[in-house]
Design a protein around this ligand. Structure first.
Ligand SMILES: Cc1cc2nc3c(=O)[nH]c(=O)nc-3n(C[C@H](O)[C@H](O)[C@H](O)COP(=O)(O)OP(=O)(O)OC[C@H]3O[C@@H](n4cnc5c(N)ncnc54)[C@H](O)[C@@H]3O)c2cc1C
Ligand SMILES: NC(=O)C1=CN([C@@H]2O[C@H](COP(=O)(O)OP(=O)(O)OC[C@H]3O[C@@H](n4cnc5c(N)ncnc54)[C@H](OP(=O)(O)O)[C@@H]3O)[C@@H](O)[C@H]2O)C=CC1
Ligand SMILES: O=C(O)C(=O)Cc1c[nH]c2ccccc12
Length: 381
């Protein structure tokens, strides 16, 4: 099948890019491997999830969140917002289309995209001038290779499979990893009456959402380092020194780290108060597993009924994008740094790989559509 633009991935990035292209009357198709679009939010996130950033920082292009919605939008309302986005822009993502490969043909100067229908096994081939990689930063859950994991007697899952703590009441549950997922899942488990522990490997920032909001607003007027100083001041006043609870702060500030490494500060949903009260136990790095016991880096061990690996995600763009090594690093992210990371070569684009959340998704979609429009006009005139 010949298409002008093939977009791989029907999450917010793919949908936003398609909407921007539709507005410029550029034909495009979205291929999504799951049986629904926006699958991360619909199928791979926990029940109590809310947007961590205020809604003004989470708009998709040309479609602000309704005035009536709360500042911090719950998961179901965000799913509805994306459903409304799809209806409003008359998007038509093709679901159950798993993209197996995409390669560039120098001779014809086109992309050849091969997809397989996950229901029928039918293979389709698309030939396109432009290819948009929109498979996301969170395409696959990552679980580290912990020695002895296969011997564990209890249940093991990744944070993307966790829904709620309701079935863990009374269980000893260990959360590994203290990013936003781990810290919120630990809070949820404790709320549902699990005996909860969290394993912490390195230093991280933890900040209340109101302080992050203040920081995001200040960033419009003040230099980043100054904003970090103000944020750290508030954080210190609100939490004090968390070192005695096993939580240490990185040397660089939260917004500096976000901008330079993409690592988000942890936005506290109440976990710190449960750590301070002893309801959640902080443990060091996990070293190995022996049956029901988990051994930590300080040599101590404890039995657990369940381990929830909240150890992050992997981009999978490298798996299916052939000869992408010169543009993608081995983690599957563009080598080019923000703000130039969205544009590849030969009509290749990356949407949603800037580590800047939904605001980054929105910028990428608009940049990509406008760039394609420019090239499209040149070719057609
Ligand atoms: C738990 C969680 C909470 C988050 N909360 C926020 C937040 O509050 N604010 C914020 O700004 N950001 C947040 N993020 C960041 C998140 O990355 C964005 O919200 C958003 O979902 C990114 O959209 P995306 O389309 O780039 O990626 P995704 O939503 O991951 O969509 C990618 C799509 O590509 C599909 N796909 C993958 N591989 C293939 C293939 N080979 N063939 C076909 N289809 C494929 C996937 O099935 C998926 O549907 C959160 C992330 C997580 C994990
Ligand atoms: N409501 C919201 O808005 C939410 C947003 N998110 C966002 O989704 C994205 C993914 O978040 P998340 O799922 O938390 O993943 P992250 O990548 O942010 O965090 C992963 C955590 O796992 C740790 N880790 C990784 N490998 C190991 C290992 N081998 N041993 C021990 N610890 C390890 C990391 O520690 P180390 O620093 O040492 O590598 C880190 O603490 C982020 O951008 C996050 O902000 C997530 C949840 C909710
Ligand atoms: O939820 C995330 O991880 C995001 O990437 C959203 C985001 C974009 N910029 C930020 C600055 C501080 C905290 C979160 C974000």
């Amino acid at each position: 099948m010949k298409k002008e633009v093939v977009i791989v991935g029907g999450g917010p990035s793919g949908l936003a890019t398609s909407a921007c292209l539709n507005l410029l009357s550029i034909p495009n198709v979205i291929l999504e491997k799951e049986d629904c679009y926006n699958s991360l939010w619909k199928k791979r996130s926990y029940d109590r999830l809310k947007l961590h950033l205020a809604k003004e920082f989470c708009n998709l292009p040309h479609f602000p969140h309704p005035k009536s919605s709360p500042t911090y939008i719950p998961k179901d309302a965000f799913i509805k917002y994306v459903d409304d986005y799809v209806s409003h822009f008359k998007l038509n993502p093709l679901c159950c289309k798993y993209v197996e490969s995409a390669s560039y043909d120098e001779k014809t100067k086109t992309w050849r995209v091969v997809s397989k229908d996950t229901n029928t096994g039918e293979v389709d081939e698309y030939i396109a001038k432009f290819l948009v990689v929109a498979t996301g930063e969170n395409a696959e859950g990552y679980i580290p290779d912990v020695p002895g994991l296969e011997t564990f007697h209890g249940s093991v899952l990744h944070s993307s499979q966790y829904k709620s703590g309701s079935k863990y009441k009374g269980d000893a549950a260990l959360v590994v990893g203290c990013g936003n997922s781990g810290m919120e899942i630990a809070f949820d488990l404790a709320n549902f009456g699990a005996e909860t522990s969290i394993s912490v490997r390195s230093a991280f920032h933890v900040v209340p959402k109101e302080v992050i909001h203040m920081g995001m607003v200040l960033l419009k007027y003040l230099p980043l380092k100054l904003v970090d100083t103000v944020v750290n001041l508030f954080r210190g006043l609100l939490y004090g020194d968390l070192g005695k609870y096993g939580i240490y702060r990185p040397k660089d500030g939260p917004f500096f780290l976000k901008a330079t490494t993409g690592r988000s500060p942890v936005i506290d949903v109440g976990t710190i108060s449960k750590i301070k009260s002893g309801e959640i136990q902080v443990l060091p790095e996990i070293k190995e597993i022996r049956g029901s016991k988990v051994v930590f880096s300080d040599g101590k061990s404890q039995p657990f009924d369940a381990i929830i690996f909240s150890t992050g995600y992997k981009s999978t763009a490298n798996y299916w994008l052939k000869d992408g090594e010169h543009l993608l690093n081995k983690e599957g992210f563009p080598k080019e740094k923000f703000p130039n990371q969205w544009k590849g070569k030969n009509g290749l684009y990356f949407a949603g790989l800037a580590r800047r959340g939904l605001a980054g998704v929105s910028m990428d979609a608009q940049n990509i559509a406008n760039d394609i429009k420019k090239i499209f006009q040149c070719c057609c005139n």
